[in-house]
Design a protein around this ligand. Structure first.
Ligand SMILES: Nc1ncnc2c1ncn2[C@@H]1O[C@H](COP(=O)(O)OP(=O)(O)O)[C@@H](O)[C@H]1O
Ligand SMILES: [Mg+2]
Length: 404
């Protein structure tokens, strides 16, 4: 049995995770440190844990809260390709990497949320990496993601891993960059994109902002003729009184909140039920979620799976993070990942939301005015798309996503 140590924020020791990897199966246990449990103001880092002494059984390969600090498709691919290359150079056979290898394989500086990991208790956080690149490195980062997709360039993979590109989840090429005040997530185009996905995500965020939904600061920039979306990282805060100092904010996905498997389908009613247990401002989160669901229906954002909903640590509990990864989908027939009272059809789902508005602490009048307000805002989609420089051909292609 092997282990690693779990910390929070700057240097707060949380506990130890034990794991074994046998016959291709990873299993783990977690135990809180007694010092951690004896402090005031601490929190349960995973809703599946109990705040008790001793080892706790984990019903997923690694605790889900740690999965939220681990890479997903994009980062895992980088780490695996690097591993294959190093094995080849060293003349050894490559091994099958497991969730712990991936968790410990990303840059600590860019790691999602506030949890951090060490292999040796007295040692350094894993893994140490070069500095987060400044915004000026965007062309190099973009070129590297392109070189990786085009030729599997080992140099590109090494550079991207060194600068923390693998740290955040999701499948799309991305990197973390910084300015003097904090960190940004940069999302890049992918060679197999069938449309200008990045610009359309910008359109969706612009609509969300006008619809009163909490969005991170965002900007669409052009880098070497490609569109790149910059999003201020909501899991980092810059210290107003000490310029340059950046602190971490705890993060948890809805997958972790619900104790769900990766890829498991869920319903917004389940998210509401679980939110009730942890939310520090439940009324705010309910009405915020209500707006997000309506927006998702009206722009046909169907990829609303549990990892595309997140929560930030706030005092003694959690609150919904700003919205992210919302994308209009022109495939009108595609079912959404998270159903709405069991419905995925947009007309029936809107009706289900109206009927059940009291679950969101809204009366029928309030629910109707939210729907009306967001419908009005969505109508401006073409203007926003044109201002974003999206080609007329693509605006026509996307018509079906916004048709009401
Ligand atoms: N503004 C942000 N600040 C911090 N973390 C973010 C932000 N936006 C997204 N994330 C995190 O990064 C992950 C990947 O981002 P996402 O936009 O979902 O990328 P992808 O399109 O590849 O799925 C998300 O699952 C979320 O945990
Ligand atoms: Mg995503």
């Amino acid at each position: 049995m092997a282990d690693f140590h779990v910390y929070d924020f700057e240097n707060e020791y949380v506990g130890k995770c034990y794991y074994t990897h046998k016959r291709g199966r990873l299993s783990s246990m977690f135990s809180y440190s007694l010092d951690y449990l004896s402090q005031s103001g601490i929190y349960n880092v995973d809703p599946a844990f109990q705040m008790i002494e001793g080892s706790q059984f984990v019903d997923s390969p690694i605790p889900r809260a740690f999965t939220d600090s681990a890479p997903d498709r994009w980062g895992r691919n980088l780490i695996y390709k690097r591993h294959l290359y190093e094995a080849q150079v060293n003349g050894v056979s490559a091994k099958e990497l497991n969730d712990v290898d991936y968790l410990l394989g990303v840059s600590d500086l860019a790691r999602q949320g506030s949890l951090r990991f060490k292999i040796d208790k007295g040692g350094a956080y894993v893994h140490e990496s070069s500095e987060i690149p400044k915004l000026i490195a965007l062309p190099k980062l973009l070129n590297s993601t392109n070189a990786l997709e085009a030729s599997g360039s080992h140099e590109a993979i090494k550079y991207l891993l060194d600068v923390g590109s693998a740290s955040l989840g999701g499948a799309r090429p991305k990197a973390t960059v910084r300015d003097d005040n904090g960190l940004f997530l940069a999302k890049f185009p992918h060679i197999h994109d069938e449309w200008d996905v990045i610009s359309w995500e910008y359109v969706a965020l612009s609509i969300a902002k006008s619809a009163g939904i909490d969005v991170p600061d965002f900007e669409l920039v052009e880098v070497d003729g490609s569109k790149v979306l910059l999003l201020r990282r909501f899991d980092r805060l810059s210290n107003a009184s000490n310029a340059g100092e950046i602190s971490r904010v705890g993060y948890m996905s809805a997958m972790t909140l619900l104790g769900a498997e990766d890829g498991q389908k869920a319903d917004y009613a389940d998210i509401c039920l679980h939110m009730a247990d942890v939310s520090v401002d439940f009324s705010r989160d309910l009405s915020e979620l209500y707006r997000r669901i309506i927006l998702s229906i009206l722009i046909n954002n169907t990829d609303d799976h549990l990892r595309n909903h997140g929560f930030l640590r706030d005092g003694s509990g959690w609150r919904l993070s700003p919205v992210f990864d919302i994308n209009p989908n022109p495939e009108r027939g595609e079912a959404r990942a998270t159903s709405i009272y069991g419905q995925t059809d947009r007309v029936v789902a809107l009706e289900a939301l109206r009927i059940n508005c009291s679950d969101f602490k809204l009366n029928e009048g309030e629910a109707a005015s939210i729907l009306k307000e967001i419908r009005e805002v969505v109508k401006s989609w073409r203007d926003i798309a044109k201002r974003a420089g999206i080609h007329q051909r693509e605006i026509e292609l996307m018509e079906t996503a916004f048709a009401q």
